[in-house]
Design a protein around this ligand. Structure first.
Ligand SMILES: NC(=O)c1ccc[n+]([C@@H]2O[C@H](COP(=O)([O-])OP(=O)(O)OC[C@H]3O[C@@H](n4cnc5c(N)ncnc54)[C@H](OP(=O)(O)O)[C@@H]3O)[C@@H](O)[C@H]2O)c1
Length: 376
């Protein structure tokens, strides 16, 4: 069996990835910047740590040499060390330098633009397959966009919308996710519109997103997703790709106001300080009660198609998806380079794998264009 390594193993998401590796029969190398912190983080959940992990290694991601040493003998590294713009570049570079395949869970569009734009050639030359954004952000949208676009002749546009519902409506995010959101405050995102990259603030663009029933149509606001970077790589003639988050109208207004306000330094610093508080993440029962949905709508001259997926537990899905993508990379040997999830294996096969390993369900439909909206 190939050797997987998990970098960020002491973190909230990294622990879930280690658990998923073990569940799938791997014996991963786990890497953290502090040996005792890794042991303390994993020992609580893993009753038989010595047998379940191959080795604990230490490396700080800011130390290239230590990272390259830590990847010795590793076939594929899964990394959850973020914010990726600040901490992720050295990891991808170390993977390329050591010929190690790479999977991450970034949800940061600027990191994706850098990885696809600046490291694809080096990854190809090194024979490395690198798959960023293999978590909840933005694997479902990438796979569903591929399926929706494949279900209409000559697709020209794909619009991908996400929905997350937590019990009580309060966010169920980890401290690492909040720190990453804080690091992106005030930044514009890029959408692909009519074949051109267009800069937008979160919340500027609005659309009605058609989730399957019982959710139904929802207002959605534009966010800087991964799909505008990734989907054109496997749907080559696509002219427009946008990502959205379903939000009630007033929350979308608030998002737009907030993203305008955080372009102003003092407001950005204040909100950043609030978001950077705390440690850990939602407890398992709260994670399990978090419902998510994703719909991709593709449109062409001959109509539209929608592909959708839904399930529970966005962090659990991230761990399951990262390991499934890692296994697909090792089993399928796709052509090297920086690849979107949909270029690693057929989108329907990957979704079926996720459906076997989680409560994810998915489907593709060609809806009746005359359907009427009944929007909350
Ligand atoms: N795409 C998605 O859907 C998705 C889902 C989950 C998470 N994420 C992303 O994943 C990232 C991590 O989230 P999280 O909740 O797991 O955060 P977390 O609990 O804070 O974990 C961060 C991990 O990174 C390690 N780390 C930090 N700085 C390091 C350095 N200089 N060298 C080596 N390791 C370092 C930490 O090690 P220490 O314990 O030593 O500090 C810890 O293991 C965030 O960027 C988040 O947005 C994305």
């Amino acid at each position: 069996m190939s050797t997987l390594a998990v970098l960020g193993a002491s973190g909230y998401t990294g622990r879930l990835v280690v658990a998923e590796c073990v569940r799938r029969g791997h014996r991963p190398v786990v890497i953290g910047r502090d040996h005792d912190r890794v042991v303390a983080a994993l020992a609580g959940e893993r009753r038989n740590l010595d047998a379940e992990v191959a080795e604990i290694r230490t490396a700080d991601v800011t130390d290239g040499r230590a990272l390259r040493d830590a990847l010795e003998g590793v076939d594929l590294v899964l990394t959850t060390v973020g914010p990726f713009v600040a901490l992720g570049r050295g990891v991808l570079d170390a993977a390329i330098a050591t010929g190690t395949h790479y999977v991450d869970c970034t949800g940061e569009q600027p990191f994706l633009r850098w990885a696809f734009g600046e490291r694809d050639t080096a990854a190809r030359a090194a024979g490395v397959v690198a798959v960023p954004a293999a978590g909840f952000d933005y694997l479902p949208g990438d796979l569903l966009a591929d399926l929706a676009a494949g279900a209409v002749p000559w697709p020209r546009e794909v619009h991908i919308a996400y929905m997350v519902r937590t019990p009580g409506g309060l966010p169920a995010t980890s401290a690492g996710t909040r720190r990453t959101v804080a690091s992106l405050l005030g930044a514009r995102g890029v959408a692909l519109v009519g074949g051109e990259p267009v800069e937008e603030l979160p919340g500027e663009e609005r659309r009605l997103a058609w989730f399957p029933r019982p959710v139904g149509p929802r207002h959605a606001a534009g966010i800087p997703g991964g799909e505008p970077v990734m989907v054109p790589r496997h749907v080559p003639d696509i002219a427009t790709v946008r990502t959205y988050l379903a939000l009630p109208g007033w929350q979308a207004e608030l998002m737009q106001m907030g993203s305008n306000l955080t372009r102003w330094g003092p407001a950005r610093r204040t909100l950043r300080a609030v978001l950077e508080r705390g440690t850990g993440g939602p407890p398992p029962d709260r994670r399990a009660a978090t419902r998510w949905g994703c719909v991709a709508e593709a449109a062409g001259p001959e109509g539209i198609a929608r592909a959708w997926a839904y399930g529970h537990d966005t962090y659990g899905l991230t761990a399951v998806a990262m390991v499934a993508v890692a296994e697909a990379v090792l089993a399928g040997e796709p052509a090297p380079g920086v690849l979107p999830p949909a270029s690693v294996a057929p989108a329907d096969a990957l979704l079926d794998t996720l459906a076997d390993r989680s409560d994810l369900r998915w489907s593709v439909a060609r809806p009746d264009p005359s359907e009427a909206a009944d929007v909350d």
